[in-house]
Design a protein around this ligand. Sequence first.
Ligand SMILES: [Zn+2]
Length: 509
Amino acid sequence: MKRTLKYALLSILLLLVFVPADARRNRKKAAEPQVKYVFYMIGDGMGINQVIGAEQYNAGTGYGPEEINFAHFPVRNFITTVSATSLVTDSAAGGTALATGVKTYNNAVGVDADGNSVSNLVEWAKDAGYGTGVATNVGVNHATPACFIAHTAQRGSYEEIAFQYLHAPVDFAAGAGFITERNTGHDAAFFETEARGAGIRILRGPGQFEGIENIPGRVLCLSGKAQTELPYAIDRKEDDTKLSDFVEAGIRYLDAKYGEKGFFFMIEGGRIDNGGHADDGAACFQEVNDFAEAIDVVLAFKDLHPDETLIVVTADHETGGLELGSGQYEMHPDRMATQTMSMDAVNTRFREAFYPPRQQGGQGQGRGQRPQGQGSRPQGQGGPQPQQEYTPPTWDQVKDFFSDNLGLWTTVTVDRRAEASLKAIYDSTFGAGGNRENNVENLYSINTTLVSDAIGYLNRTAGYQWSHGAHTGSPVGLYVTGSGAEAFIPVTDNTQIAPIIANLAGYNK
Ligand SMILES: [Zn+2]
């Protein structure tokens, strides 16, 4: 009897040794997915240089951690971002590739190159019974989140995307607010009413996020203020909502309802891209920090569930053509410390100081007001009213402004060439026959050329050189940690990520 038992044990042992390890793993995987909680974090416009640049900036200025959490995840890779129609993608085609694994044309949301709907990770996860969440610090219906909740031929169809969100299989959604289109008669409140009508509970601002875990149905978290994007981190005030508020609320909600089964949560750092479009290094780097702060919240959840959590961080494309180094074999990131607000905010102050009251429009308009880049123009371009007294600023006044607001000529040396260049812009803006509306326009904001170039100089003297205000075809980083992270080592393109997540988490793709 004893002998039989011994032989039986021996044969089990032999079986374990001789059944290949892969086969054993596969059997286990078929029974139970390897990953229960998936966090898919997308930094919009966050190229590799935006991440490394932010670490340099933080080390030089002390405005953030010298090591950005995700930049040191155990699996680090880079991916190509080309769309079906261009070597340079936009956020819609990039987001569709990340959400569905399918290449499409620029501007397409959740449809393939022929315009057919393609299913996405949120739909696959919900179909398999998992909880689903989508959060962003820009509009709920802006391109990147749209790729996880809608299918439209054009990203500019904001209202169609908002209507589709009402019936999308997403339990938790968060964003600054709804972006509306012109001349439809709809405002953000209209879509909030529609959402309530669809049974979605709306919570405004972190104060209302308390107790979110007890809400039975779908939830939409919005900014505490009427906004289509949360303020830049560099401009944030005490009572502003921030991305990590959304992430904390989303995790509490999803864990309470789907902690047993598991959940999928996409989180976008949407304003990194805005800083890149404006060539505003300080705003951009502090957005990378803000995104990393949201990832800290996710990492704290992973600490509680180390064997069941997967965190994938990547980007849809690079924005601005950011170079590290501007001609000299040295960089001085510490020189950026004197910029304490975004270019948009400096521009607002500049116009308040030096333009007639009626002409103070034209500073960074919310991206919601500027669908498809057809921006609102500064108002009152016809010049001051005849009866108004207006005296243009002197060059010394303008220099004083840049000293007070950016530290130029005081903390940061301005070389003769740069000063001559700024003075020439001053002359063509405020001099005799000059054009006061001498502006630099990008997809999301319009700034006076003087402010744009003053900050451009500050960036260059620190060693950060921007190539332009649009996207590039540069590869972006892929940073993965947690259960199943090694599966991303072979990845080379943005379409390969979604199927791997689906496979690891047991979604019905
Ligand atoms: Zn962009």
